[in-house]
Design a protein around this ligand. Sequence first.
Ligand code: IPD
Ligand code: CA
Ligand code: CA
Length: 276
Amino acid sequence: MPDFQQPSVDGEQLEARYAFAKRVALAAAQRAMGFYTRRSSLIVEHKGSDLQDVVSIADQNVEAFIRGELAMHFPDDGIVGEEGGSGGLQARCIWVIDPIDGTACFLNGLHNWCVSIGLLVDGEPLLGAIADPNHGELFHGFVGHGAFVNDMPLQAHGARQVREGLVGVGTTHRPGKENFLPFISRLLEEGGMFVRNGSGALMTAYVAAGRLIGYYETHLKSWDCLAGLVLVREAGGRSSDFLRGDGLLGGNPYLVAAPGVYEQLAAMIGPSLDAP
Ligand code: IPD
Ligand code: CA
Ligand code: CA
């Protein structure tokens, strides 16, 4: 709980942060697009020994831009960013940012990538903005105010069975990947079908938009999904308890889904979804 030294966060200050998230996500996405159009000249580095875990100057430059805007407008807020680490975590307002979600797509010329900016207030996801410049879509939401793509309200799918729609899936080489194929197998057995587009933030936004009936990832980091969690909840969807334990800094398994199929999908994943 915040102590008496913490500044208050009233409605007006949250509205200002919501406007900020949308504006900066759009500006950051345009900046990323500048790199995307000349991606063949970018030097690609690998994070650790996993050759699939890539990063370029584009990710670093875009995150530095977002951090600069934050320092200018909300210098006392905390931050968790994929490329630059975390700081100020004692603050009531903590920004959770992924400068480019879908980096492998970005570097390979596939259009599934976005900028994701979310805000936690007192430990709860409060607002989020996800900008996809390839499709001209800004997904955004604010707890109690709804979720939108551009100006259009979002609503989760009305499916009651997994065979009624598409389920987004994803995995990495991190622990948890052993749960991936058993899930796919069960999904197919029950008449479902899967897609993997390579951006956890976008697949989460698509669940909020009713384009996907669910999205399961064996292990995600908070910057991949924090902004999207707000959208899913505001659109009437359900999510697993992603922030439990060390979720904010270490990540967790992740499921978001339309309310009518959440339990069916969770049963296909089994206890690993909520394991400590
Ligand atoms: C990745 C994407 C991908 C998911 C990975 C993430 P990045 O983020 O969201 O869809 O499968 O778990 O790490 O590395 O492109 O920011
Ligand atoms: Ca990511
Ligand atoms: Ca990223």
